[in-house]
Design a protein around this ligand. Structure first.
Ligand code: HEC
Ligand code: HEC
Length: 155
C-alpha cells in the first residue's frame, strides 16, 4: 500500500508491505513493484528479506536452554553415543556452519585448551552453552576431547 498515488518530483511517500509468515521457516523474501511515470526507471522492484523462526526459537534465548526438555530432542539426543565428527554433526553443526558461528576451519586456529574450555564451559554472552555434565550439558570429558581433536585436525 502506498501512502499516496501522486508524488511531485522530489517528494517522498511510504509503501507498506505486510508479510504473513504462517507456515514459513528460514529465509524468505517478498517483493513489490512500484510503477511510476519516471522516464528513467518506470518500474522499481523493492525486496524485503527476513528470517522466519519457528515457535521454539522465538524470543530471548539463553545459552544452556537448549538442553531443556523439548529442546533436547534436536540439540542433545541426536548426539548420544557419538564422538568426533559424528558428534559435531549432530550437536554443533547447526550453529557452527558457514554464515553462522565460527566454522571448524576458524576454530582450528585456536589452542587446544581454549577449545576445550569453550566447549566445556560455554562462551559468555553468546549462544554457546557449556556442554560439560557439570554445566548441565550432555558431554563427558572424553566426548569433548574427541571434538577438540577433530576441530584441530579435521583431516
Ligand atoms: C526440531 C528440532 C529442534 C528443536 C526441538 C529445537 N531446536 Fe534449536 N535449533 C534447531 C536447528 C536446526 C537450529 C539451527 C538454526 C536454525 O535452523 O534456526 C537450531 C538453533 C538453535 C539456536 C541457535 C540460534 C541462532 O540464532 O544461532 C538456539 C539458541 C536454539 N536452537 C535453542 C533451542 C531451544 C531453547 C529449544 C527448545 C525450546 C530448541 N532450540 C529446540 C533445531 C531444533
Ligand atoms: C546454539 C548454537 C551453538 C551450538 C549448538 C554450539 N555452539 Fe559453539 N558457539 C556458539 C556461539 C554463538 C559461539 C561464540 C561466537 C562464535 O564462535 O561464533 C560459540 C563458540 C564456540 C567455541 C569458541 C570458538 C572461538 O572461536 O572462540 C568453540 C570451540 C565451540 N563453540 C565449539 C562448539 C562445539 C564443539 C559444539 C558442539 C558440542 C558447539 N560449539 C555447539 C554457538 C553454538
Amino acid at each position: 500500500m502506498a501512502s499516496s498515488s501522486r508524488l511531485k518530483p522530489g517528494e517522498t511517500g511510504k509503501v507498506s508491505l505486510s508479510v504473513d509468515p504462517a507456515g514459513k521457516k528460514g529465509p524468505i523474501s517478498k517483493t513489490a513493484q512500484v510503477v511510476s511515470n519516471d522516464p528513467v526507471r518506470p518500474v522499481i522492484t523493492l525486496t524485503v528479506t527476513m528470517n522466519v523462526k519457528d515457535d521454539l526459537h522465538m524470543g530471548q534465548l539463553n545459552a544452556g536452554q537448549i538442553f531443556k526438555e523439548g529442546c533436547g530432542s534436536c540439540h542433545v539426543e541426536q548426539g548420544r553415543g557419538k564422538k568426533g565428527f559424528d558428534l559435531f554433526r549432530a550437536d554443533c553443526f547447526m550453529c557452527h556452519n558457514a554464515g553462522r558461528s565460527s566454522s571448524i576451519t576458524q576454530m582450528s586456529r585456536k589452542p587446544e585448551r581454549e577449545l576445550f574450555k569453550a566447549i566445556r564451559d560455554g562462551v559468555e554472552n553468546s549462544m554457546m552453552p557449556g556442554w560439560a555434565l557439570e554445566k548441565g550439558g550432555p558431554l563427558n570429558d572424553s566426548e569433548i576431547e574427541s571434538l577438540v581433536r577433530i576441530i584441530r585436525d579435521p583431516n
